[in-house]
Design a protein around this ligand. Structure first.
Ligand code: NDP
Length: 242
């Protein structure tokens, strides 16, 4: 049994990643924060397709919540370890910096960046012991180019990309790869409030991406074929930025 944990695996990009990883044989641990209904739907889809998955709710921004849940999981699976970790959970709270409230800056940093520390650290030791692991961080185009209204989000995603490169060097000898993916506009709940018709005119491919397209890239980075790729940030954005 090979286990993969997908944070924010209940909806959007995380849902597509969970379904894809289950299709290629992983037992998927689906994390979510509060939307139990969506998490159960994702679990059901995987099971209907003959795959295996389980739910593990916790708040990625809260170190105690993460620790308790991961300990509970390890106690229930004493012989197993999480071989693939996808740090996907994220939120955005956009505003121009002059109007950005402290809480909106802090919450986005805690959910999109501190979460990397909270979730990755406890799962690293078992990966090191098994000399095998894949860590895939879902960053964003905003973390590479910066986007107006996203000082908080861009800082978090840029930090995640930098942490990806640093950690990749720390654990390369242990056969653990660490990579980031920087999606452009992907059609999920997160971008529902955006003007898709206007924005897609700025994208050379003239469309938003799909969660399944991001999931296929995650599956490749998790595969044996990607064993020599580490410390990279791979863009998937329809040519919006190259
Ligand atoms: P969605 O809003 O569709 O889904 C977000 C997921 O994250 C949900 O499963 C949600 O759980 C979970 N989540 C949010 N906060 C927490 C938390 N504190 N603890 C645990 N889980 C949490 O987002 P997307 O699928 O669009 O985004 C996924 C990732 O991709 C994010 O990191 C985002 O920043 C990144 N991204 C998205 C882009 C896009 O265009 N969509 C572009 C670039 C990057 P619940 O259901 O319980 O709320």
């Amino acid at each position: 049994m090979k286990y993969a944990l997908v944070t924010g695996g209940s909806r959007g990009i995380g849902k597509a990643i969970s379904i894809h990883l289950a299709q290629i044989g992983y037992v998927v641990v689906i994390n979510y924060q509060s939307n139990e209904k969506a998490a159960n739907e994702t679990l059901q889809t995987i099971q209907e397709q003959g795959g295996q998955a389980e739910l593990l709710p916790f708040d990625v921004s809260n170190s105690e919540s993460v620790q308790n849940a991961l300990q509970k999981w390890q106690d229930a699976h004493p012989e197993e370890y999480i071989e693939v970790l996808v740090n996907n959970a994220g939120i955005r709270k956009d505003n121009l910096l002059v109007w950005m409230e402290p809480d909106d800056f802090e919450t986005v940093l805690r959910t999109n960046l501190f979460s990397f520390y909270h979730v990755t650290r406890p799962l690293l030791t078992p990966m090191i012991r098994h000399k095998q692991g894949r860590i895939i961080n879902i960053a964003s185009l905003s973390g590479i180019t910066g986007l107006p209204g996203q000082c908080n989000y861009a800082a978090a995603k840029g930090g995640m990309i930098a942490a990806t490169k640093a950690l990749a060097k720390e654990v390369a000898k242990k056969r653990i790869t660490v990579n980031a993916i920087a999606p452009g506009f992907i059609k999920t709940d997160m971008v529902e409030s955006l003007d898709e018709a206007e924005l897609k005119k700025t994208i050379p491919m003239n469309r938003f991406g799909t969660a399944e397209e991001v999931a296929a890239l995650v599956a490749f980075l998790a595969s044996d074929e990607a064993a020599y790729i580490t410390g990279e940030c791979i863009s998937i954005n329809g040519g919006l930025y190259t």
